[in-house]
Design a protein around this ligand. Structure first.
Ligand SMILES: O=C(O)C[C@@H](Cc1ccccc1)[C@H](O)SCc1ccccc1
Ligand SMILES: [Zn+2]
Length: 167
């Protein structure tokens, strides 16, 4: 398993670089990220969260938790101005949930784990999750969409927990 960075770790603010080469080493990282996502009970995980600053994310929104999706160098296009609300959480902001509004329908162009280009059009939880993960690759967190007052409260609470864990 890989270690997941937690807010307010500044490394979560890194803007990830495009993947140059889809090779066996990258596929090993992808498999490690998928295992880490399942272990953490997440439905998505971006490479930024495990301190790898390449444009790569994994998602599994299936009920059976056995249909992992891989997006390499994802590009997103909103397909509507309609916004859909969702009570978002984040493995890097454990224990906090806030409503975020995001475009309801999107097109994604990306490479798969074999480096083959593909395109999907989607809405619902998959659209929400993909946008949440691509934000990670751009150094953004869902707490950036709430008030500074709320964000600072969350930051203080997590910093207190991190101090307690440090001993
Ligand atoms: O990127 C992450 O930290 C994993 C996120 C993915 C996600 C964010 C917002 C909305 C849906 C998914 C979650 O923490 S995974 C935990 C979770 C699971 C089901 C529904 C909401 C959150
Ligand atoms: Zn997240």
């Amino acid at each position: 398993k890989l270690e997941i960075l937690e807010f307010p770790d500044p490394r979560l603010r890194t803007v990830a670089k495009p993947v140059e080469q889809v090779d066996d080493a990258l596929r090993k990282l992808i498999d490690d990220m998928i295992e880490t996502m399942y272990d953490a009970s997440g439905i998505g995980l971006a490479a930024t969260q495990v301190n790898v600053h390449q444009r790569l994310l994994v998602i599994d929104v299936s009920e059976t938790r056995d249909e992992p999706l891989v997006f390499i160098n994802p590009e997103i296009t909103p397909l509507t101005e309609d916004l859909a609300p969702y009570e978002e959480g984040c493995l890097s902001v454990p224990g906090f949930y806030e409503e975020v509004q995001r475009p309801a329908k999107v097109r994604i162009n990306a490479l798969d784990r074999n480096g083959e280009p593909f395109e999907i059009v989607t809405d619902g939880i998959l659209a929400t999750c993909i946008q949440h993960e691509i934000d990670h690759l751009d150094g953004k967190l869902f707490v950036d969409y709430v008030s500074r007052l709320k964000r600072d409260r969350i930051k203080k609470k997590l910093q207190k927990i991190h101090r307690q864990n440090a001993g």
